[in-house]
Design a protein around this ligand. Structure first.
Ligand SMILES: [Zn+2]
Length: 328
């Protein structure tokens, strides 16, 4: 009897600790994104921060981003075959992937809205290149950060990943407490915690999609004042062990296996539904939903497709969970 109870308890504990992560798939759904590491090797993935940082928060914002990287690196050290290494600060302000390079895996803060600085007739609007051209936030105003990854469609091998943080219409903060009142956001309380958001984004960076579990680092939204995503949930930790296993090659997934359940669009280059009006229940949330975006390089049959992540895309009906509708 006691043994049976112990087994049951163990099962419950295992259940609690095994909330599955969800992997991001290629547009055709046949592969899962991963940084390639050969069997028996240890990979090194270098990423850099824009030296411009955040003009309001100063050096503390850069430190917060660094801590997010260290959180993943700690887990990679524990069971992974890859190291996430922060390199020297960069003067670049451009996200995306250039065939032939040069490329960097870059994180940066965008401090102005494209809608405020880009003339409506600028060709960059149609070309979807205003973010780099004007150094502006070209995503929904209620999104707090977004990751753009580029990968090989035929294998899921990642080529490049960049993270933009919204310092234009969101309120990035770096203090630990107290949570801001939603009606009184400031940098002296926790509004959109930089480390919280960046830890989530670096999950996308490594190949994770959104989790339906509200307690997960990879859950698609964050309420004002949240800092819990700074700490990796068990499922996200397990992702590292499973996809980047020590001594083995990093892992793809089969077309009918792997962790992806709902959420990853297989709609090729079609854009996800636009951000409809926010339902009242979401007004206090910074929603972190992905949206797929076509770029000039977007070619389902080609070698590389860029996709963005972590954008505000409330479900048109406002029904929960909106984050499962259209990751990236
Ligand atoms: Zn996200």
């Amino acid at each position: 009897m006691r043994a049976a109870a112990a087994v049951l308890l163990a099962g419950l504990l295992l259940g609690q600790a095994s909330t599955p992560s969800v992997r991001t798939r290629t547009n055709d759904g046949l592969h899962c994104l991963h940084w390639p590491v050969a069997a028996g090797a240890r990979g090194q993935l270098t990423w850099v921060q824009s030296s411009a940082g955040d003009p309001v928060l100063g050096a503390g914002a850069l430190d917060a981003v660094t801590r997010s990287g260290q959180t993943w690196e700690t887990q990679l050290q524990a069971c992974g075959d890859l190291d996430l290494v922060e390199g020297t600060r960069s003067s670049s302000r451009s996200i995306g992937y250039l065939t032939g390079g040069p490329n960097e895996n870059l994180t940066l803060f965008r401090s102005q809205l494209c809608s405020s600085v880009v003339p409506g007739n600028d060709p960059c609007v149609a070309a979807n290149t205003c973010a780099n051209a004007y150094d502006c936030w070209d995503h929904p105003a209620d999104t707090v950060a977004l990751t753009t990854t580029t990968y090989q469609v035929a294998t899921g091998a990642l080529l490049d990943a960049d993270v933009e943080i919204n310092a234009a219409s969101a309120t990035p903060t770096i203090v630990d407490s107290p949570p801001c009142a939603p009606s009184a956001l400031s940098t002296s309380c926790v509004a959109n915690d930089v480390q919280n958001a960046m830890t989530h984004e670096l999950g996308h960076f490594l190949g994770l999609a959104h989790s339906p579990d509200p307690s997960s680092t990879m859950y698609a939204s964050e309420p004002i004042g949240e800092t819990s995503k700074r700490v990796l949930d068990p499922g996200s930790k397990q992702f590292v062990c499973d996809v980047y296993p020590q001594g083995q090659a990093s892992q793809d997934c089969g077309a009918s296996s792997g962790g992806t359940t709902g959420g990853t669009s297989s709609s090729g280059c079609s854009s996800a539904p636009g951000g409809g009006p926010l339902a009242p229940g979401w007004l206090l949330l910074a929603i972190l939903v992905h949206r797929r975006r076509c770029t000039p390089s977007c070619n389902p049959a080609g070698e590389a497709v860029s996709e963005g992540g972590r954008r505000a895309l409330p479900h048109p009906s406002g029904s929960a969970p909106p984050e499962l509708g259209s990751p990236r």
